[in-house]
Write a protein that binds this ligand. Structure first.
Ligand code: HEM
Length: 534
């Protein structure tokens, strides 16, 4: 057996260490070197492994303190890494139920999960201590210059310049183009079902596609072509796959992250060209029909105003900068919106009474003229349909947790301080299923949202879109778009859902989806007579 110096004995090293003779003198250091020189390679290796494992456990105990979590790291170093590759909703739920604060350690990452409403709110609103946590590779895919990586005041200021793009009045300008997309997909879904003789088939991918098309039209209007929309919709899943929590941080050719970056670059190139067209359109006195138009118009108008918000828009945002920001809108919306779309179409199909009430309301707000175009006042009149969307978001909140990173030691509870560098995860789901606020929380009851009801008054529990400086930029967009969308589909189509034992079970894939991937079949329906086309 090879050794550093033959006839070595590691027992001498242990004895010396126990007497403390190693520490505090030059002679001590020589002795360490002597002892190490006397160790055989394998003993040295085993010693390093032993010290590493011991440190891993000690460091875990120190960070864990008194909060819930495994007594020891069952799997040294890696922790529950293998489970994290295939996350199960039931396992997350068990963790939330284990205590207000619980922890887990994966490799060197210490993760603290906060499961009560008040802790979740406190974390989301403590930008002094935390910032959103992104996977390492996100910086390479979304580009380091992207606004989403800004923190503190820089983030707040940038955000102010974006808020104007998603106000109700701004969103009402995008409805015309969005309605065209809805009409197109009404036909498409029926055709897709016809291919299989109207037997229910998986609609998960179709839901992702319609969401992508709706977003792209709202963001880029007519500047983006049908072919470009199809290309982005087809390839976008490569970006989701590249940004999975567990991924290789270096981009090697032909890996998931490489394809993800290629897709992101391709999409941002399209957006850059759209941004230039929007600038030209607005400079020529054109109207705003999409987010990009609106951004250019706000920049244009800001130059003649001098209030604080306008001053933030005084500078010229480059095409590249606009394209990066619009890409983050797509990135933030795609998975969450697809999740909501899947649950909403499933839930409404499974509850004929809800479907009936939506249909009734849709005709009533249009004075029995189903062809009346979408507008802000029309959507605002759809009170019941709106409550259905809101209840779907509560019942199956697309985003169940939001990972944040601790910037400096954070006294998150009287008995616990989260260490710097830890991942701190506020959980949104438990607050939305709190039986003290929502009676029978596991039941889908749109009426619980009527004005003045306990659910409606409990604003603090409404964490679907987060809270604090990073609260969802697209929340009004979501409520308006989905109210309009489900209303139109209810009028013009009759869709059936095949209920399987997995339909109500939750699959976690970035957001949450029905475990059976949603089996639907759409037929055309006459909105006035209710007659269904064979
Ligand atoms: C059902 C759909 C959606 C849900 C459930 C949802 C939920 C969320 C949540 C929970 C956050 C984190 C908030 C926080 O950290 O406090 C967030 C952030 C964000 N969302 Fe959404 N979102 C949805 C759709 C959209 C859409 C359509 C857009 C696009 C316009 C969008 C744009 C954003 C942006 C830009 C952020 C980051 C904001 C910032 O860091 O300042 N989201 N969203």
């Amino acid at each position: 057996m090879s050794s550093i110096v033959s006839n070595s004995s590691s027992t001498a090293w242990v004895a010396e260490a126990q007497t403390g003779a190693f520490f505090g003198s030059g002679a001590g250091i020589h002795k360490i070197v002597d002892v190490i020189q006397q160790l055989s390679y394998w003993k040295l290796f085993l010693s390093i492994v032993f010290v590493g494992l011991a440190w891993d456990q000690i460091s875990y105990q120190l960070k864990k303190g008194s909060i819930e979590g495994p007594q020891f790291k069952m799997w040294p170093i890696i922790g529950p890494f293998l489970e994290s590759l295939d996350p199960k909703f039931e396992e997350y739920k068990a963790k939330w139920d284990s205590g207000p604060l619980s922890c887990v350690s994966i490799f060197h990452k210490f993760v603290v999960i906060a499961s009560t409403r008040d802790l979740a709110r406190k974390i989301l609103q403590s930008s002094k201590y935390v910032k959103p946590c992104v996977v390492d590779v996100a910086v390479k895919i979304l580009r380091p210059s992207n606004w989403v990586f800004l923190d503190g005041k820089a983030h707040v200021d940038y955000r102010k310049s974006l808020n104007g793009l998603f106000t109700k009045s701004a969103l009402s300008q995008y409805l015309g183009t969005q309605e065209l997309v809805m009409d197109k997909y009404l036909e498409k879904f029926v055709e897709f079902s016809k291919e299989k003789d109207f037997k229910p088939r998986v609609f998960f991918h179709e839901m992702r596609e319609i969401m992508c098309a709706l977003s792209l039209k709202a963001f880029c209007g007519d500047y983006i072509t049908e072919d470009q929309i199809r290309k982005v919709a087809d390839d976008y899943y490569l970006v989701t796959a590249a940004l999975e929590l567990v991924n290789f941080p270096i981009i090697l050719p032909y890996t998931k992250t490489w394809y993800g970056r290629k897709t992101a670059d391709m999409t941002m190139k399209i957006f850059e060209k759209c941004a230039q067209m929007a600038k030209d359109h607005i400079a020529a006195g054109g109207e705003s029909n999409c987010v990009m138009d609106n951004w250019c118009k706000l920049m244009h108008d800001a130059k003649t105003k001098d209030d604080e918000n306008s001053r933030l828009l005084h500078r010229e945002f480059s095409n590249r900068e606009i394209s990066e920001a619009v890409f983050t809108f797509l990135f933030a919306s795609q998975d969450a919106s697809s999740s909501l779309a899947c649950w909403l179409f499933q839930i409404v199909a499974d509850r004929p009474d809800v479907m009936e009430k939506i249909r009734e309301e849709q005709l009533q707000v249009r004075d029995n003229d189903p062809s009346k175009p979408l507008s802000l006042p029309l959507i605002e009149d759809m009170k019941y349909t709106y409550m259905v969307v809101k209840e779907a978001l509560r019942y199956r909140p697309p985003v169940i947790m939001v990972p944040y990173m601790v910037k400096e030691k954070f006294p998150v509870a009287p008995n616990y301080t989260a260490p710097k560098g830890a991942m701190l995860i506020p959980t949104l789901y438990p607050a939305l299923h709190d039986p003290e606020v929502y009676e029978n929380p596991e039941e889908f009851i749109p009426e619980r949202w009527v004005e003045g009801s306990p659910a409606n008054e409990a604003k603090k529990n409404w964490l679907v879109f987060g809270s604090g400086p990073h609260v969802c930029l697209g929340q009004t967009y979501v409520m308006m778009t989905f109210t309009a969308l489900i209303g139109k589909f209810a009028m013009y189509t009759d869709w059936k859902h095949e209920v399987t034992p997995l339909s109500e079970k939750i699959k976690v894939f970035a957001t949450i989806f029905p475990k059976d991937d949603l089996l639907l079949a759409f037929k055309k329906r006459d909105p006035l007579t209710g007659k269904i086309e064979a």
